[in-house]
Design a protein. Structure first.
Length: 86
């Protein structure tokens, strides 16, 4: 799918989370702490699969931690960095 810019990555992640992970009544934005909003381990796996399919990237296991996965902004930054330095 080619490399997306940071903002496009953020938008794609937010759309996925709003449509596939969180209930419609849950308001989320790029800075929302996803774990506090109800993200669980099953949802995290779905996000990782989405990232792999959408961006063609596997997130290294060492990067799958609460800090990196805590917000859309943090995930987008990680994806952006991995696209720059595969």
């Amino acid at each position: 799918m080619g490399d997306m810019g940071f903002e496009e990555i953020e938008e794609a992640l937010l759309a996925f989370l709003k449509n596939e992970i969180f209930d419609p009544g849950v308001e989320i934005c790029a800075e929302t702490h996803l774990i506090a909003a109800g993200l669980d381990s099953f949802s995290l796996l779905r996000i990782l699969v989405f990232i792999e399919k959408t961006f063609g990237l596997r997130i290294p296991e060492a990067e799958i931690n609460e800090d990196r996965m805590s917000s859309v902004k943090n995930m987008a930054g990680l994806i952006d960095a991995l696209q720059q330095n595969p």
